[in-house]
Design a protein around this ligand. Structure first.
Ligand code: IYR
Length: 225
């Protein structure tokens, strides 16, 4: 590696723990994350802005290609903007559910109970739209390549979802398709592409989730020991 001697390195601030404590923490974190569920049913109860700020800060700790941090989190709490976003998303989704998605896709979605109605966009107090910066823009307006921006944004989204769950709120990963209308509505620059829309709030008192189970460890891993 070509190490640039002018770039500072600092000691890693790493906390060593006894193995029994590591195992306890690993179990506790898994148990907490395994309680996370995606629900489509949100309460309109207000959520302090500071909580969303913290979820975004946590997402921003994600590793990224060449540490380029190729993400912008656009946060919408404005009721009028949420209504316009919902209308635009529902228009696209009506086309999707009404024939643009092939039968195989509709069949795969059937157990999740999704449809073209996107009530969560107007009900949840906050809608966070994660934009992926396809490339950076230098001070002179020229383009700077961003490496692995899709993977980077996926990791950041995962941390955002974990942060939201950990603080006691719910979110939903929604990918209205196509999503281009969000760039225009939210006035994003041309280098940014909408990646994921995540309403954040309390689940509704009568929130329901599909009766799903998760694949066990042996189905999601392969080991060479
Ligand atoms: N974008 C549509 C369809 C949809 C697709 C997948 I893959 C899902 O897991 C859920 C929905 C929608 O948001 O309804």
């Amino acid at each position: 590696m070509q190490h640039d001697p002018d770039r500072a390195f600092v000691p890693l601030n790493f906390e060593r723990r006894p193995e029994d404590e590591m195992l306890r923490r690993a179990r506790e974190f898994y148990a907490e994350m395994d309680r996370r569920r995606t629900t489509r049913h949100f309460s309109d109860r207000a959520v302090p802005r500071e909580l969303i700020e913290h979820a975004i800060r946590t997402a921003g700790t994600a590793p990224s290609g060449a540490h380029q941090q190729p993400w912008t989190f656009v946060v919408v709490g404005d009721a009028g903007m949420k209504r316009i976003m919902r209308e635009a998303a529902e228009e696209e989704e009506r086309a999707n559910y009404g024939g643009r998605m092939p039968p195989e896709w509709l069949h795969a979605l059937a157990p999740l109970g999704t449809d073209a109605v996107k009530e969560h966009i107007t009900t949840a107090p906050w809608v966070v739209v994660l934009f992926r910066q396809r490339h950076g823009v230098n001070a002179d307006g020229s383009q700077r390549t961003h490496y692995y921006s899709t993977e980077s944004c996926g990791i950041a989204a995962g941390l955002f979802i974990a942060a939201v769950h950990r603080m006691g709120l719910a979110t939903l990963t929604h990918t209205p398709s196509p999503m281009g209308f969000l760039s225009e509505l939210l006035q994003r620059p041309a280098n940014e592409k909408p990646f994921l829309l995540m309403p954040v709030g309390y689940p509704a008192a009568d929130a329901r989730v599909p009766d799903l189970s998760r694949k066990p460890l042996d189905e999601i891993s392969a080991w060479f020991e």
